[in-house]
Design a protein around this ligand. Structure first.
Ligand SMILES: CCCC(=O)SCCNC(=O)CCNC(=O)[C@H](O)C(C)(C)COP(=O)(O)OP(=O)(O)OC[C@H]1O[C@@H](n2cnc3c(N)ncnc32)[C@H](O)[C@@H]1OP(=O)(O)O
Length: 253
């Protein structure tokens, strides 16, 4: 099965990361497929909204695949891989239609960065989200904190510096998550589509025009420069022993 699937539910496109056995961790195939499918969704005239989610009930995304990313040792090795994913998330951030992260379980590390690049965040009641990169001796490195500051302002810093994992309800109470569904389960995508059809004007040209108004507020060149600095900072921290030890600890737990 493909590492990411492109599914249609009426006028919604669902991009689903399909690596449940690794809690939907991101490897190179996920990066490439997300890139391809974001372009496909932009060209899809039926699609009004794009939803990103993970497969299974346990995780939205557990961040970078630590087996793949763990084999990168130096800053020079880490930089191009971090950069590649940051370019995909920039493309998602500047996507022409509204985007939703449907957080169906844990969203940690890079998973929280994907969620931060979306316009809206919905979650199941059991979902948890954390910018845990600090616990691994690194920072966000896919643009996640730049997207977070852009959308969430000064309330962003505590989420990053704590490196804590938060419950969906806590994040809803501070406005980072827009909607926590009452139940999870197999009909999750039906709930998402119902939510969109109840609370969104599902008229693609109208939604695209409002998305343009949002993006009009943003200095794209500045945000791209911020993301570049974030990638570089993370790559520099990457080669520290603290980081390599934390990755080793995860696999030895
Ligand atoms: C550039 C990237 C920046 C980053 O993303 S840094 C952050 C990297 N991510 C992490 O440190 C999170 C690691 N994962 C976890 O903390 C937990 O797996 C998580 C998401 C809370 C889910 O917990 P559980 O549901 O109890 O699942 P579990 O730990 O037993 O894992 C099940 C199987 O999945 C694997 N897995 C989970 N996250 C992974 C990852 N990121 N990379 C590679 N493999 C990963 C894990 O090793 C386990 O595999 P196995 O079944 O033992 O073979």
């Amino acid at each position: 099965m493909s590492a990411v699937t492109y599914e249609k539910y009426h006028d919604c496109v669902i991009l689903r990361i399909n690596r449940e056995h690794k809690r939907n961790a991101v490897n190179e195939e996920v990066i490439d497929k997300l890139n391809t499918f974001i372009t496909k969704a932009a060209e899809d005239e039926e699609a009004a909204v794009v939803v990103i989610t993970g497969s299974g009930a346990k995780a939205f995304c557990s961040g970078g695949d630590l087996e793949v990313f763990g084999s990168l040792y130096t800053a020079d090795e880490a930089y191009p891989v971090l950069k590649k994913m940051s370019e995909v998330l920039l493309k998602l951030f500047f996507f022409s239609k509204p985007t939703v992260a449907m957080i169906n379980g844990h969203a940690v590390g890079g998973g929280s960065e994907i969620a931060s690049a979306c316009d809206f965040r919905f979650a199941v009641p059991e979902a948890k989200l954390g910018f845990i990169q600090g616990r691994l001796g690194i920072t966000t490195g896919w643009g996640g904190s730049s997207f977070l500051f852009q959308q969430f302002g000064r309330r962003s810093l505590p989420l990053l510096t704590s490196a804590k994992v938060y419950r969906a309800q806590e994040l809803e109470s501070i406005g980072f998550i827009d909607k926590v569904f009452k139940t999870s389960g197999e009909d999750l995508m039906t709930q998402v589509v119902n939510e969109l059809h109840t609370n969104f004007i599902m008229d693609r040209p109208v939604l695209e025009a409002y998305k343009r108004r949002k993006l009009d507020q943003i200095n794209r060149k500045q945000l791209e420069a911020n993301v570049e600095r974030e990638v570089t900072d993370c790559a520099v921290l990457w080669e520290r022993e603290e980081h390599h030890q934390a990755v080793e600890n995860f696999f030895n737990k």
